[in-house]
Design a protein around this ligand. Sequence first.
Ligand code: E4P
Length: 220
Amino acid sequence: MRIFLDTANIDQIKQAAKLGIISGVTTNPTLLSKENTADYESVVKTICSIVSGSVSAEVLAEDAEGMIKEGRIKASWAPNVAVKIPATAAGIEATSTLSKENIKVNMTLCFSLNQALLGALAGATYVSAFVGRLDDAGHDGMQLIKDIVEVFAHYQLPTQVIAASIRHPLHCVAAAKAGAHIATVPYSVLMQMINHPLTDVGISRFLADWRRVSSPEKGK
Ligand code: E4P
C-alpha cells in the first residue's frame, strides 16, 4: 500500500517528502481553508514542485459542464495533478469526459460500492472511500474498502482504491490488510505510524549501555 499525505500544509509536505515514502498528496477545499488561502493554484503548484507523485486538486463546480471546465484548468497546473471530482451524477459525467482526455480523476466522497464502481466505469484513476466519515455515521468504513477492492479485483478494473478520511494508525493497518492501493493520511497520523514508545525506550537503553562501555566515568 502506498501513502499519500492528506494536507495542503507546505511545511508538513516538505517534512514528509524528506522521509522518501510519500507517493502523492490529496487536498480539498477544507484543507485549503485551514491554511487560510483561497489561492488553490499557487498551493497546488508549490506542492507539485515538492512532490513528483500524484497531487489531487478538487473542483468546486457542481454541474458537469463546470467540473469539466475546471478540471481541464486544474489539470493544466502541473503534469502530476489529479482532478478530484465528487461522486455525483454530474461528477460521473465529468469524469467520463475528462478521463477520455487522459486527465487523471480522483473520484472523491465515495460512501458506497456503487459510487466507486460507477467512478471506475467512468474511467477514474482513483476512487477515494471516506472511512472515517462512515465510521462517524455508525457504519463500518473499512468494510467498504474491502468490498471495493474485492469487486475491482474480480472485474479487473484498473482504478486504484484510496482509503481516505483516515483518523488513526489502526485505519492504516486495516486499509493495508484490506488491500487498498493507497491510504491518504494526515501528517499527524503519519507521525503516529512511525512512532512507537518501545523504539524510544530501546534507543535510550542502547545508548545508556553504550555510554557505560565507551566512557565508563559517564555511565556511573
Ligand atoms: C480525501 O482525499 C479527503 O481529503 C480526506 O481524506 C477527508 O478526510 P476528513 O474526513 O478527515 O475530512
